[in-house]
Design a protein around this ligand. Structure first.
Ligand code: G
Ligand code: G
Ligand code: MN
Ligand code: NA
Length: 254
């Protein structure tokens, strides 16, 4: 049986779960939110990475029910965490272009928020640049509707996909997520450092927050802080973890 055919059973079998990776404030290292990352724990094959199964789910259309489940579950989990700890962490949820392009996307967001009772300002949706570069009138309207609900919009993998920046001017974005690629040699390569600098300045001049992804070393953290990066995410602070591990992690790392 191919993985593609198993996706459907996997959902009803309850193979999928969400893990959460901390996002911290660069200036004080405090946790401010989490990115929800989908995991497929297959009964015989073990963990199957999202890079393998997300494309399959997109080909089969399973990404729609799966994406709706992710959205609802992520809002629910973070609301429960915030209730237990009296905190206001946000959750950032990856959205496939196929989900975003559906006309019921905004309604699905609303359902997830209503069922979980999570404040809309504590939800971000992550979309890739492709969605924004190619946005037509309908999609601009969707973005506006999302933002007017109070939900944030982050650009994932910023800087890797397209060179067009005109959408930044036209569309109501709230954060950009600087791709890991630019951090890898920020110390040794003046060109990478210059790109990071420029992206952060561009973002700030447009009132956007910057999240640096894939921060692995204390030196990278210092370099980002010196460049006034707002938020950071990466193995330096914590890997994605199961919801039941979050409370202990937070109490330990604040
Ligand atoms: O940590 P990681 O291997 O989980 O993530 C790999 C890729 O899978 C990332 O590009 C991430 O955006 C994507 N991804 C993870 N979870 C989801 C999800 O719930 N929905 C979608 N569409 N993509 C996801
Ligand atoms: O594409 P997206 O940014 O949504 O996916 C995040 C991916 O980056 C996940 O696969 C996650 O496991 C991975 N990731 C998160 N932090 C780090 C890090 O510090 N180093 C590396 N190499 N990967 C990371
Ligand atoms: Mn992401
Ligand atoms: Na990313």
């Amino acid at each position: 049986v191919t993985l593609r055919r198993e996706l459907h059973e996997a959902m009803s079998r309850g193979d999928f779960c969400l893990h959460y990776q901390p996002i911290i404030q660069a200036r004080d290292g405090k946790i401010v939110g989490f990115e929800a990352l989908l995991r497929w724990n297959h009964p015989t094959l073990g963990n199957i990475p999202p890079s393998k199964f997300i494309p399959l789910a997109e080909q089969t259309g399973q990404i729609i029910p799966l994406g709706q489940w992710v959205m609802a579950r992520a809002c629910w989990d973070i609301k429960q965490l915030n209730n237990r700890l009296a905190t206001h962490y946000f959750v950032s949820v990856n959205v496939s272009p196929l989900q975003f392009h559906r006309k019921d996307f905004v309604a699905q967001l609303q359902i997830a928020l209503t069922k979980s009772d999570l404040a809309p300002t504590l939800l971000d949706v992550e979309v890739t640049e492709g969605v924004l570069v190619e946005a037509n009138d309908g999609e601009s309207q969707t973005l506006k509707a999302v933002r007017s609900m109070g939900v944030g919009v982050s650009i994932d993998d910023f800087g890797t996909g397209y060179s067009s920046l005109s959408y930044l001017r036209k569309l109501p974005i709230s954060k950009i997520k600087l791709d890991r690629e630019f951090l890898i040699d920020i110390q040794s390569c003046p060109r990478s450092a210059a790109i990071v600098d420029s992206i952060i300045q561009l973002a700030h001049s447009l009132d956007l927050e910057v999240v640096a992804e894939g921060v692995e070393t204390a030196q990278q953290h210092r370099d980002l802080l010196a460049r006034t990066c707002d938020l950071c995410q990466g193995y330096l602070y914590g890997k994605a973890m199961a919801p039941h591990c979050l409370e202990a992690f937070i109490l330990e790392c604040g």
